[in-house]
Design a protein around this ligand. Structure first.
Ligand code: CTP
Ligand code: MG
Length: 229
C-alpha cells in the first residue's frame, strides 16, 4: 500500500487509572483498541496498519488486529512500543514497508474518530505534500497567566485550534524528521515542523476527542449508547 497508518497504543493510561493499559481497557464492552481499529479499517483507501502496544501485550493485540483487519490482515502488524509516545511512533515507522509514501499517526485513545477523517487527511497530504492535522475551534476563553496565576492577557481564540489525530505526513520527510529529532515534541506535527516543514489544519471532528480521564471514558460510553454503535 501507498498509505501507512501507525496506531499508537503502548501507553499505560495513568490518568484513566483503569486496571489495564488504556488501549486494553473496556469501552462499552469492547476494548478501546478494538474501537479504534474499527475506524482505521473503515478507511476507503487500502493501508498498511502498524499497531504499537506494550511489549507484553503483543500477542493479545495481534489477535484483535487480525480480527479487525479481516481481508486486510496481510498488511497489518503489531510491534512493541517505547517509554514515550515519540519512541512508540518511531518503532511504528520502522515497521512500514517500502511502498508507503504517506504516513498517518493515530492515538488509539481517540477511539471514536470517524473513518472519513483518515481519508481526508490522506487526501490533504497527497494534494499538498505538507503535514496535515485535523483540528477544531477552541470554545473556552483562554487566558495567558504569569507564575503567580495573574492574568496577563486573553488570547484571541479565533487564531487557536485544538488538534487531534490522525496526523498525516509525506513518509520520507517524516522519517527524516524523526531521525534528526533531538528532543521530545508534544505531537508529530511539532516534530515535523521543527524539521522545517509546513503543517496545515483541516477540519477535525468532535468525535475524535481523546479518552484521557474516567470522565472522557463515560463521555465515549454516552456517545455509543446514543448512537447504538
Ligand atoms: N502512547 C504510546 N506509547 C507511549 C505513550 C503513549 O503508544 N509510551 C500512546 C497511548 O497509548 C495513546 C497515545 O499515545 O494512544 C496518546 O497518549 P496518552 O493519551 O497520553 O495515553 P497514555 O500515555 O497511555 O496515558 P497517560 O499519559 O494518562 O499515562
Ligand atoms: Mg501519556
Amino acid at each position: 500500500p501507498i498509505v501507512g497508518v501507525i496506531v499508537v497504543a503502548a501507553g499505560s493510561g495513568t490518568r484513566l487509572g483503569a486496571a489495564r493499559p488504556k488501549a486494553f481497557a473496556a469501552l462499552a464492552g469492547r476494548t478501546i483498541l478494538e474501537r479504534s481499529l474499527d475506524s482505521v479499517f473503515g478507511m476507503q483507501r487500502e493501508a498498511q496498519v502498524v499497531v504499537v502496544v506494550p511489549a507484553d501485550l503483543v500477542d493479545e493485540a495481534t489477535a484483535l488486529v487480525t480480527d479487525a483487519a479481516g481481508a486486510a490482515a496481510e498488511y497489518a502488524s503489531v510491534v512493541p512500543g517505547g517509554s514515550t509516545r515519540q519512541q512508540s511512533v518511531a518503532f511504528g515507522l520502522a515497521a512500514l514497508g517500502t511502498s508507503v509514501r504517506i504516513v498517518l499517526v493515530h492515538d488509539a485513545a481517540r477511539a471514536l474518530t470517524p473513518s472519513a477523517v483518515f481519508d481526508d487527511v490522506v487526501t490533504g497530504v497527497a494534494q499538498t505534500a505538507s503535514g496535515i492535522v485535523p483540528g477544531v475551534a477552541v470554545t473556552d476563553t483562554i487566558k495567558r497567566v504569569d507564575e503567580d496565576e495573574s492574568v496577563v492577557e486573553t488570547v484571541d481564540r479565533a487564531e487557536l485550534r485544538a488538534v487531534q489525530t490522525p496526523q498525516g505526513f509525506p513518509r520520507a520527510a517524516l522519517d527524516a524528521a524523526y531521525a534528526e529529532a533531538d528532543r521530545e515534541h508534544t505531537d508529530d506535527a511539532a516534530l515535523f515542523a521543527a524539521a522545517g516543514h509546513t503543517v496545515s489544519i483541516i477540519d477535525g471532528d468532535a468525535l475524535s476527542f481523546k479518552i484521557t480521564t474516567p470522565w472522557d471514558l463515560r463521555r465515549a460510553e454516552g456517545v455509543l449508547a446514543d448512537s447504538a454503535v
